[in-house]
Design a protein around this ligand. Structure first.
Ligand SMILES: [Zn+2]
Length: 389
């Protein structure tokens, strides 16, 4: 291994940060921050901001349309390096767990494993990014501005954070999204995109005994549409449609005036997303039962992370830096979606899953491999330090 003196300084400092990293992780995990828990998400943001500002790192609080905020921390480049494209570190501080989860199962460490809500997805990634940022700040900055963006609502497809993420990613030399590393240690080099759509069918209520013929069943119309929606699934192209929730009707003896379905559609490319959107519009427009109307009442979407020549080059660069530090890292494709799709779509070479290794996200058994906190931080720091022009 041949590190420059500057690289040795960065990595040597990170080597000694295991305990402080675990301490910050514990503080973050013990702060409930479910996506709909505004106060908790704000508090988690304040913890990271206070942590960074206490270390002399400039933080900006970026207000978002719904009253929430993202935190943007910046370490300027060393003298004479102004004008180089920046590197963006990305992470979300919301979790899928509602307020009160921490009281039931707070942060817990057993050997080299840590447990608690959001410990892997992705509070460990936030901690890693914060320490990489601090490493660069301590030793005078790198060859490029280093930006760390901490967002508020990824688990619900980032309705408020998305424009802030896209702004921060525009023109970036590389984006590293610290979602948990795969159990194998692999990064995520591609992800499916997703749309979550709520549809509502309106029919006409009538007594099912006395006036059956006057009713128009929203449930029947919805059922026919569910079959059409499921027909969008094509494993060959990777597009899938799943109606995961349905509800409707008023009573057993009423022809149903209303029915609602929630659909999850996944796709591999932006072109496939456009195809699916057009097909869904056609399905919703038509009526099997005359007199029914169908509308979309909610829609949220993640864009797919499509690999490009530029993002493949950043991946190969990261793999080479990992090898330099004695680690073998692969790349995997993931069916789940993330903010990395938004950064890739604005043209920024993006790598996802750079965070510490995690497993069983979104479940009570979620676990973070603590022994990967420092190693992953070191690879990331080296990859940033050596990023070619
Ligand atoms: Zn996540």
């Amino acid at each position: 291994m041949t590190l420059s003196p500057g690289e040795a300084q960065l990595l040597g400092w990170l080597d000694a940060q295991h305990q402080p990293m675990v301490a910050l992780l514990g503080q973050l995990v013990d702060t409930d921050s479910g996506s709909y828990d505004e106060e908790g998400v704000a508090r988690a943001g304040a913890i990271i901001r206070d942590h960074l500002e206490a270390r002399g790192i400039a933080c900006e609080k970026i207000a978002q349309a719904d009253g929430s905020f993202s935190v943007k921390a910046t370490v300027p480049p060393r003298d004479g390096a102004a004008g180089n494209a920046h590197v963006l570190l990305l992470g979300h501080r919301d979790t899928v767990f509602p307020k009160g989860t921490v009281a039931l199962r707070p942060f817990r460490v057993e050997g080299e494993r840590a447990y608690g809500p959001g410990v892997a997805d992705m509070k460990a990634g936030l901690v890693m990014n914060a320490f990489v940022l601090e490493a660069f700040a301590r030793f005078g900055g790198g060859a490029r501005p280093l930006v760390d963006l901490i967002t508020s609502d990824e688990e619900i497809a980032s309705p408020a954070s998305r424009p802030v993420i896209e702004d921060a990613a525009r023109g970036a030399r590389a984006v590293f999204n610290a979602e948990p590393g795969r159990p194998s240690g692999a990064l995520v080099v591609g992800r499916k995109g997703a749309m979550f759509i709520t549809i509502e069918v309106a029919g006409r209520a009538a007594h099912s005994g006395g006036a059956h013929e006057q009713g128009i069943s929203a449930i029947e119309e919805l059922c026919r549409k569910v079959l059409e929606l499921h027909d969008l699934t094509d494993y060959e192209t990777g597009t899938t449609a799943n109606v995961g929730l349905i509800r409707g009707g008023q009573s057993v003896n009423t022809v149903a005036p209303l029915a609602v379905a929630e659909v999850d559609v996944r796709f591999k490319t932006i072109a496939a997303m456009a195809d699916a959107e057009a097909a869904i519009a056609r399905i919703l427009e038509g009526a099997h039962l005359a007199g029914t109307t169908t509308r979309i009442t909610r829609k949220a979407a993640f864009l797919p992370l499509e690999q490009t020549a530029a993002s493949r080059a950043v991946f190969e660069h990261y793999v080479a830096c990992a090898a330099e530090l004695g680690m073998a890292v692969g790349g995997e494709y993931a069916g789940g979606s993330a903010d990395s799709g938004f950064t890739a779509a604005v043209g920024a070479p993006t790598l996802c899953g750079t965070g510490p290794i995690g497993e069983k996200a979104h479940s009570p058994d979620e676990v973070c491999h603590l022994d990967t906190l420092v190693p992953r931080a070191k690879v990331l720091a080296l990859a940033i330090a050596r990023l070619p022009a």
